[in-house]
Design a protein around this ligand. Structure first.
Ligand SMILES: Cc1cc2nc3c(=O)[nH]c(=O)nc-3n(C[C@H](O)[C@H](O)[C@H](O)COP(=O)(O)OP(=O)(O)OC[C@H]3O[C@@H](n4cnc5c(N)ncnc54)[C@H](O)[C@@H]3O)c2cc1C
Length: 296
């Protein structure tokens, strides 16, 4: 199938892009890497009348690393994030997540912002954003700039808080200061590069004695949006991440998931996978950190 006819506008500035989005209302869509939008258009699941190309806007390519957060322009390519060593030191979960995203070829074009706005429930970057508590910066001509917490951004499968005339301009990723930060991302898919049947992620911070001092955990692919569990993460704080605790936290998280069934896996299997994967990430992150005294 071919895409329905559409007009194409190459935005010359962010203001120009916002003007186009405002002018055409819901009929226009930004195009970033095109790795999700173009296939959707080819299948006629999306039929924008106007594509607003935001690929050449320097305003959306910024990267600022501060002590508390990294502010990343929305059209930062996924592959650039993966390869940036300083960024990896600041927000290690991004590289962990990105190695599961599609293929090198798709990551070369695909943008971080595009993945977040596309909001596939199985996608890795939305899960990382939800778990870390990233902030999304949106801008429109009429309303100016607003900031939305990841917890409020992902509303339903492929539906976010982004308004019709809004452009995601940047993402602020929290930086966990201090030593002992360790993270892990695990997923199961039919083939590597496919969307996950279930995925799990954690970021933990340990003190020198191996006690967990800060924690974030979440699950992907098992509900309409990525799931973060701050209350379960809090139960890890002040304790060693040993197998029984990891299992209890993982099972409690999986219990709260709402997976669907399809030809690849039924809901019960997805929930089981979620528990296995989250337990594995917790123990994996603890082992990587060198946290001592992991019980057998
Ligand atoms: C073969 C293949 C395998 C893939 N596997 C995976 C995978 O395993 N995991 C995964 O997460 N993804 C996967 N993807 C999708 C990929 O990660 C895309 O890059 C991503 O979903 C969309 O990013 P993009 O920059 O290409 O956005 P586009 O396709 O250009 O846009 C996607 C949507 O976001 C909107 N949009 C884009 N940028 C903005 C912005 N700044 N402001 C407002 N709206 C915006 C567009 O209007 C559109 O609705 C795969 C893609 C392919 C082709």
């Amino acid at each position: 199938m071919k895409a329905a006819p559409f007009a194409f506008v190459r935005a010359e500035s962010l203001d120009h892009a916002l003007e186009q989005l405002a002018q055409h209302g819901g009929e226009a869509k930004p195009i970033a890497g095109g790795q999700s939008l173009v296939p959707m258009m080819a299948m006629r699941l999306a039929r924008p009348a106007v594509l607003v190309d935001i690929n050449r806007l320097p305003e959306l390519k910024t990267l600022e690393t501060g002590p508390r957060h990294v502010a990343m322009g929305a059209i930062t390519r996924q592959r650039d994030v993966e390869e940036d060593t300083a960024l990896h030191a600041a927000v290690p979960l991004l590289r962990e997540a990105l190695r599961w995203v599609g293929h090198v070829q798709t990551r070369n074009r695909g943008t971080v912002g595009g993945s977040l706005v596309h909001a596939d429930p199985s996608a890795e970057l939305p899960l990382a954003a939800a778990v870390l508590g990233a902030a999304l910066i949106l801008r429109s001509r009429a309303e100016g700039e607003r900031r939305v917490a990841a917890a409020d951004f992902f509303i339903a499968p492929m539906y976010t808080a982004t308004g019709e005339a809004e452009c995601l301009t940047a993402i602020e990723w929290p930086v966990w200061e201090g030593p002992g930060v360790s993270c892990a991302f695990e997923e199961t898919a039919i083939r590597h590069g496919d969307f996950a049947m279930a995925s799990a992620v954690c970021q933990l911070q340990f003190d020198a004695a191996g006690i967990c001092r800060r924690a974030a955990v979440g699950l992907g692919g098992v509900a309409g949006t990525p799931l973060a569990f701050p209350d379960l993460a809090a139960e890890l704080v002040g304790r060693r991440v040993e197998p029984r605790l990891a299992r209890d936290i993982a099972e409690a998280a999986a219990e709260r998931s709402e997976p669907g069934s399809d030809t690849h896996a039924d809901a019960e299997y997805r929930r089981h996978l979620a528990a296995v994967l989250l337990r594995r990430t917790l123990l994996g992150a603890a082992a990587k950190s060198g946290a001592p005294a992991l019980a057998a």
